[in-house]
Write a protein that binds this ligand. Structure first.
Ligand code: PGA
Length: 254
């Protein structure tokens, strides 16, 4: 059975003092994570090692980076390589978040390179995809998302694909308070899983966790996670509040 995952994406928020308090509160509220579940917290680069130390003794809790660079090493001032994340024990990295695609103009080729580098260093990528509002309203959202998958995943071997976590995050639902309805989310998750089945076979497709992201909150998580192809959430705003995020963890299906 694939894991059910509550992933937090802090983005560029919180001081370390605030972040430390948040993780401590979260552990107090959700001290026991069932073995079928995972809690992954994506923190800013400077907090990675400190956050990893805080959760080291907490089974089921993991720390993730929010990004890595698409080159292995070299003269790229200010960038962080996947090998560096691995060297401080980090095992997860978000790749292709829509904010990076938009604000940093990250291309599908760069995302493919990041995925390869993550796998080289035994880091599980959380690969994000999702359509903008114009495509949801006037285009073909599942075709759009499918081409995002084709463009960045085609270069990977099946054994690598089998290690992926995918996050479907419709851009129009991120940070807007507008959530995709559970039906809209399930429909896209099924389309993603169908694509994975066609391309890599059912055994691999059935094993890949597909998370929903976009205004997930304590109050809507249960309805979203109840769908057969939704394996948890990637949560921004609501992950900055321990009570909210603990409620989301508690909403993961058994
Ligand atoms: P949100 O962000 O939960 O604040 O909508 C989700 C994300 O961008 O990962």
């Amino acid at each position: 059975m694939r894991k059910k995952i509550a992933a937090a994406n802090w983005k560029m928020n919180l001081s370390w003092k605030e972040g430390k308090e948040l993780i401590s509160q979260l552990i107090e509220l959700s001290p026991t994570i069932p073995t079928a579940h995972q809690v992954i917290i994506a923190v800013p680069f400077p907090y990675l090692e400190l956050a990893a130390q805080l959760v080291a003794a907490q089974p089921g809790y993991f720390i993730s980076a929010q990004n890595c660079y698409h080159k292995a090493a070299g003269a790229y001032t200010g960038e962080v390589a996947a090998s560096m994340l691995a060297s401080v024990g980090i095992k997860y990295c978000i790749v292709g978040h829509s904010e990076r695609r938009e604000y940093q103009q990250e291309t599908p080729e760069q995302l493919a390179a990041k995925l390869q580098l993550c796998f080289t260093h035994a880091i599980t990528p959380i690969f994000c995809c999702g359509e903008p509002l114009s495509v949801r309203e006037g285009g073909n959202p599942s075709e759009y998302v499918r081409s995002q998958l084709v463009d960045s995943l085609s270069c990977l071997a099946s054994e690598q694909i089998a290690q992926l976590i995918i996050a479907y995050e419709p851009i129009w639902a991120i940070g807007t308070g507008k959530t995709a309805s559970p039906e809209q989310a399930q429909e896209m998750h099924l389309a993603i899983r169908n694509y994975l089945t066609e391309s890599y076979g059912s055994a691999i497709a059935q094993g890949i966790p597909i998370l929903y992201g976009g205004s997930v909150k304590g109050s809507n998580a249960t309805a979203i996670f109840a769908n057969p192809d939704i394996d948890g959430g990637l949560v921004g705003g609501a992950s900055l509040n321990a009570v909210e995020f603990a409620t989301i963890i508690g909403a993961l299906p058994q």
